[in-house]
Design a protein around this ligand. Structure first.
Ligand SMILES: [Zn+2]
Length: 152
């Protein structure tokens, strides 16, 4: 899990900066819309923001890597942990990032994403989950299900 979190910390701030520079007007608007509809937040909904940010980089490698990355994250993260985190902080962080991307503020978007992911890392650390294996063992929580639509 530490590997995944640290990888996100390297890649996603850069993706946020890239999206701030290269996203289309439609993509910028879609990011804002996604964030604003996070009121009924679920893990899937929250990760949707990160996926759309990857798409909005308009960089084929970044899209592919971030889609795979968030599929793994969605697959093996217990919903409860992410939803606690979402309620506390994630919605506000997503809104700030979406606004910075939408306004084309690459440096700010990058910094906000880094802060957001560092907070996420702290949540996992507090839950003692950083040393969890990426791939759940067969006896792992049965609530964790493979997303059917994420691997394309
Ligand atoms: Zn997030």
């Amino acid at each position: 899990m530490l590997d995944l979190v640290d990888f996100r910390l390297v890649v996603e701030p850069g993706a946020a900066a890239m999206a701030a520079r290269d996203a289309t007007l439609e993509q910028r608007q879609k990011l804002l819309d996604t964030v604003k509809s996070e009121a009924n937040d679920t893990v899937q909904h929250s990760l949707q923001f990160h996926r759309e940010l990857g798409v909005a980089t308009n960089n084929g490698f970044m899209r592919t890597i971030l889609t795979a990355l968030h599929a793994v994250l969605e697959w093996q993260t217990k919903p409860q942990i992410l939803s606690d985190y979402d309620q506390a902080e994630s919605g506000a962080a997503h809104l700030a990032i979406a606004k910075a991307v939408s306004a084309g503020h690459a440096t700010k978007a990058e910094r906000l994403m880094r802060e957001h992911l560092e907070q996420f890392r702290q949540v996992l650390e507090r839950e003692g989950r950083l040393d969890d294996p990426i791939v759940p063992r067969p006896d792992a929580d049965s609530a964790i299900q493979m997303p059917s639509s994420a691997w394309y």
